[in-house]
Design a protein around this ligand. Structure first.
Ligand SMILES: N[C@@H](CCC(=O)N[C@@H](CS)C(=O)NCC(=O)O)C(=O)O
Length: 235
């Protein structure tokens, strides 16, 4: 039975971390809200499920409804060999994913530092201060962390041992998104963390991922998602 992914239809957003895992796994799935009448189904699932997600993305499979990106990936990792089976490996992969989720929130907050409910245009001066700090202090700290893991002898090409996991797919997405949002800053920063670009390239070369990226299923980055390009924030 095909998975049902519920996420906003016009953005990559947080749903993209789930799409990448489903695509890498070659899993059959329906991106529900991208179909006619799908937004209504999404909203009604938020209202009526007995274990409702607070916000999209969420994934339905059989009787299960699973919310929170890291939780969805924990499940998909087990189902499709996208994470180790042992407890230490499973928890380590989950920990990396939760750290990526923290980073994603900080990136989101560069354009929405005051309130998610306000427009970017209503918080531009604060966004400028926040973006400058994220570029100067937070990205280097996260990049150094993930680089250290990737260059640890036990990593061998991927974050967790010798096989790709959903955490690698997610880190790929973060690097792609940051290149879109902050091209100038990333040009300056990336040279210092070559292991990250190598990981990005390894993920992009995975056959299922390469096919997905070239397909119309991959929504282009835009200024409604998490990774937004506002030139004034990328100085
Ligand atoms: N921590 C949640 C965050 C979910 C989330 O913030 N979803 C956004 C779209 S990316 C949303 O629709 N939020 C609506 C809201 O927070 O009211 C996750 O990782 O799944």
């Amino acid at each position: 039975m095909a998975y049902e992914l519920f996420y906003w239809p016009d953005i990559q957003g947080r749903g993209e971390f789930v799409r990448l895992a489903l695509e890498e796994a070659g899993a059959e799935y329906v991106d529900v809200a991208r179909r006619k009448g799908g937004i209504e189904l999404l909203n009604s699932a938020l209202d009526t499920e007995s274990h409702p997600a607070f916000a999209p993305p969420f994934l339905k499979t059989g009787e299960l409804t699973i919310g929170q990106v890291a939780n969805i990936l924990l499940y998909l990792g087990e189902q499709h060999g996208l994470a180790p089976r042992t407890d230490p490996g499973r928890l380590w992969t989950h920990q990396l994913q939760l750290t990526i989720a923290d980073l994603v929130t900080e990136i989101h907050d560069t354009h929405h530092p005051i309130a998610t409910s306000l427009y970017y245009e209503d918080q531009k001066p604060e966004a400028q201060r926040r973006a400058a700090d994220v570029i100067e202090t937070r990205l280097p700290k996260f990049f150094a962390y993930f680089s250290r893991i990737l260059t640890n002898p036990e990593a061998r090409d991927w974050l967790v041992g010798d096989k790709p996991t959903y955490a690698d797919l997610s880190l790929f997405q973060v690097i792609e998104g940051l290149r879109y949002a902050f091209p100038n800053a990333m040009k300056r920063l990336e040279g210092e963390y070559p292991a990250l670009a190598l990981l990005r390239d390894r993920v992009a070369a995975r056959p299922n991922i390469a096919a997905y990226l070239a397909s119309p299923r991959r929504i282009p980055f835009n200024e409604n998602g998490i990774f937004r390009h506002y030139p004034e924030l990328d100085e």
